[in-house]
Design a binder for this molecule. Structure first.
Ligand SMILES: [Zn+2]
Length: 374
């Protein structure tokens, strides 16, 4: 099926064609807020490509109801990779680095002359990380660098008793709020923007670009090996996670992209994805951020707030309706441009736009125009 219709205020967008069938029916039950968005997602023809179109509501909805799926398939670069019998994959990076991957979860370790330095310890990987390290060296784990406090990346740190736990002081502060025995409080912390950690001949630059995905979330950079790590800013090849992953400070994400791109690196390790990332992934995700931010701002300006759409006095409801209207307009534009390149744009982006709308009013950053250019 290939339908064409009017595109309202958004202009005409080209079709998105994919070779493989979409297969994400299971997501539908959780995606009620994307009901409007589905109007634009139409499966087409026996070739199982997907054409993304902006259509008049009734026609699109009825056409869609006949299709067995209504989400975009994964782009080739984001597809799962078969897992060996041991349940994890181990990939060499740089001269002494290893990435341990299981599903979309990743952790990294570096074998130095005096011991092993682990970067992040996801609980679902903790046993596999221990096993993977033992498979390549007898040296002890002397340091565990935690990029940030989130449980899904720090909750396996207790698997390395005796290691120094290294993190930004703000991460330690967050971990002290409700201490978790699985996330030992960091024993080596730093304040400010940078700390140089040298272990057994390997130089780790720990760089704090300011609040971002999580307050205290740092870049770990090994200049000699051209490796940069930053967990949860984004997953290489994927759209930002639902609502931008509960980001502490959305404008700070742009600072993080720019801090990363000021570094000289080839390999980018992000904590999630079936594959490792690279500099291009960072550039692409930054470009997505710019479209998301700029188009959201434009759309806010072009969409009048109308309190009459809610019961008199219920300004929060009227505001929610307004925010949703804005997200309904921006989301299909982002899907049309990025749906072929980034995975899950259609699954996550409506909530991400909503998060950006709220951020523009609450964080209300004074981002200069020069910083919002490609
Ligand atoms: Zn996180």
């Amino acid at each position: 099926m290939n339908l064409v219709g009017p595109c309202g205020a958004f202009g005409a967008w080209g079709p998105l064609d994919r070779a493989d069938p979409p297969h994400f029916n299971s997501m539908k039950s959780n995606m009620g807020s994307l009901h409007t968005l589905r109007k634009w997602l139409l499966a087409k023809t026996l070739g199982f490509g997907v054409t993304l179109l902006c259509l008049g509501g009734a026609t699109a909805t009825s056409a869609l109801a006949k299709e067995p799926f209504d989400f975009l398939p994964l782009p080739e670069q984001a597809k799962p990779v078969a897992e060996p019998a041991e349940g994890y994959r181990l990939q060499r990076v740089g001269t002494n680095g290893y990435v341990v991957m299981s599903g979309v979860v990743q952790a990294n370790f570096f074998v130095t002359k005096t011991g092993v330095v682990v970067v992040d310890a996801p609980p679902v990987l903790a046993d596999k990380l221990v096993k993977a390290i033992k498979s390549v060296t007898d040296k002890p784990v002397t340091h565990v660098i935690l990029t940030h406090d989130h449980a899904d990346h720090a909750g396996g740190a207790s698997a390395f008793p005796g290691a120094k736990i290294v993190a930004h002081a703000l991460t330690a502060e967050l971990m002290r709020v409700y201490p978790d025995p699985k996330r030992p409080i960091p024993t080596l912390t730093f304040s400010g923007a940078r700390y140089d950690l040298k272990v057994g001949g390997t130089h780790f630059q720990l760089i704090y670009p300011g609040p971002n995905h999580e307050t205290g979330n740092i870049i770990v950079y090994i200049p000699e090996q051209r490796i940069a790590m930053m967990t949860d800013l984004f997953a290489p090849g994927w759209a930002p996670y639902l609502g931008w992953g509960n980001a502490d400070h959305i404008p700070g994400l742009l600072k993080s992209y720019d801090a990363l791109l000021a570094l000289d690196f080839d390999v980018f390790l992000a904590g999630h994805a079936y594959r490792i990332g690279n500099r291009h992934d960072v550039e692409v995700s930054r470009a997505f951020f710019l479209d998301l931010w700029n188009w959201t701002k434009e759309t806010i300006a072009a969409t009048p707030f109308d309190p009459s759409k809610a019961e008199p006095g219920n300004l929060w409801l009227a505001q929610s309706i307004w925010f949703k209207e804005i997200a309904d307009k921006v989301t299909p534009r982002l899907i049309a441009k990025w749906g072929n390149e980034l995975a899950a744009v259609d699954a996550f982006t409506h909530s991400t736009v909503m998060a950006v709308v709220v951020s523009t009013f609450t964080d209300a950053p004074n981002i200069p125009d020069s910083a919002l250019k490609p």
